[in-house]
Design a protein around this ligand. Structure first.
Ligand SMILES: *Cc1c(COP(=O)(O)O)cnc(C)c1O
Length: 274
C-alpha cells in the first residue's frame, strides 16, 4: 500500500538513502543481493523513479533467461555484476569495493539488504500515532533494520516481536549488536522469535503454503512466502499457545515482498494463490 513498485518496508529503508545520494550529487547507486532479493528489486525501482543509475552486485550467477526479480530489475534499468559466492562474502572489503569503483565509477553504496543508519531512520516512520493502541507489534526480520527502526519508535507499553526468516539462534545476538551499534535503547520489551523459519531462509513446508492460502481466502490479504507468511503463521501458533494475554492488541506489520512470489513459484513449480 506504500507504493506500487517501491513496496513495503523497502520504501522506508531507501527513502533517506536516496535523499543522501542526491544531496551528495551521486547519480549512481550500487548495492548487493541475491538473485531473488526484494532489496535488489526495490533499489532498481527507486532508480527508475528517481533517476539514479543502479548497479546490482549479485551473489552467485546471473542466469539467463533472467528470473522474474532480475528481469523486473533489468526493466527498471539496473545493470548486474555477478560475484561468485566466495568473493561475494568479501564484498565489503576495500579490495573488492575498489575494483567495483574502477569498473563502474563512483557510486553511493547501500549494503546488502539495505540496512544502514539512514534505513533505520526511515523505518522509524513505519509506526504512526494510531499504532500506539497496540500492545504487541510484530515484524519480519532479515537484516534487522526494519525491526531496529520500529523498536526505536515503539512505546514503553509495547512489546516488539521480531520474527526471524533465518534459521538459528544467532539472530538474537545479531539484533542486540545492531541496536547497540545504532544506540537504540528499547523503551519496552523486544522479543526475537526464532521458531518459525520453516527450515531456513526461502524454504517452506506444505503446511505453510496451506496456511497462507487459507489466510488469503479468509482475509483477502496475500502474504509472501519468505517473511510475512512465516510471521503470521507464527502469530497464530503463539495465539493458540496463549502467548498473548487476553485483550492484547497485536499489530502486524505487513512488510510487502510480493515481487518475490513469481520467482518463488517459478523455482518451485507451484502456484501460491491459484
Ligand atoms: C527485506 C524484507 C524484510 C526484512 O527487512 P530487514 O530490515 O532486512 O530485517 C521483511 N519483509 C519483507 C517483505 C522484506 O522484503
Amino acid at each position: 500500500m506504500v507504493h506500487p513498485e517501491l513496496t513495503g518496508n523497502k520504501f522506508f529503508k531507501l527513502r533517506y538513502n536516496l535523499a543522501e545520494a542526491q544531496e551528495k550529487g551521486m547519480g549512481q547507486i550500487l548495492t548487493f543481493g541475491g538473485a531473488f532479493s526484494n532489496h535488489i528489486y526495490a533499489t532498481a525501482a527507486a532508480g527508475s523513479l528517481y533517476n539514479f543509475d543502479t548497479i546490482g552486485v549479485i551473489r552467485g550467477e546471473v542466469v539467463r533467461p533472467l528470473n522474474p526479480t532480475l528481469q523486473a530489475a533489468a526493466d527498471f534499468g539496473m545493470s548486474f555484476y555477478p560475484l561468485d559466492r566466495s568473493t561475494y562474502r568479501k564484498k565489503e572489503q576495500s579490495e573488492i569495493l575498489d575494483k567495483l569503483a574502477i569498473l563502474f565509477g563512483p557510486s553511493y553504496i547501500i549494503p546488502e539488504g539495505g540496512t544502514n543508519a539512514l534505513a533505520i531512520k526511515g523505518c522509524r516512520d513505519i509506526l504512526t500515532p494510531p499504532c500506539l493502541d497496540a500492545t504487541h507489534i510484530a515484524v519480519g526480520v532479515g537484516t534487522g533494520g526494519t525491526l531496529a527502526g520500529i523498536v526505536s519508535s515503539a512505546a514503553q507499553h509495547q512489546e516488539v516481536l521480531g520474527f526471524s526468516a533465518l534459521k538459528g539462534e544467532f539472530m538474537k545476538a545479531e539484533i542486540e549488536q545492531l541496536l547497540k551499534a545504532h544506540k537504540i535503547r528499547p523503551k519496552g520489551n523486544v522479543t526475537m522469535v526464532t521458531d518459525y523459519h520453516f527450515g531456513g531462509y526461502a524454504k517452506h513446508t506444505q503446511e505453510l503454503i496451506h496456511f497462507m492460502r487459507d489466510f488469503y481466502r479468509q482475509t483477502g490479504i496475500p502474504l509472501d512466502p519468505v517473511y510475512t507468511g512465516k510471521m503470521v503463521y507464527g502469530i497464530f501458533d503463539m495465539l493458540h499457545n496463549d502467548y498473548f494475554p487476553r485483550h492484547s492488541k497485536v499489530l502486524i506489520v505487513h512488510s510487502g515482498g510480493f515481487q518475490g512470489i513469481k520467482g518463488y513459484e517459478a523455482k518451485l513449480g507451484i502456484t501460491l494463490y491459484p
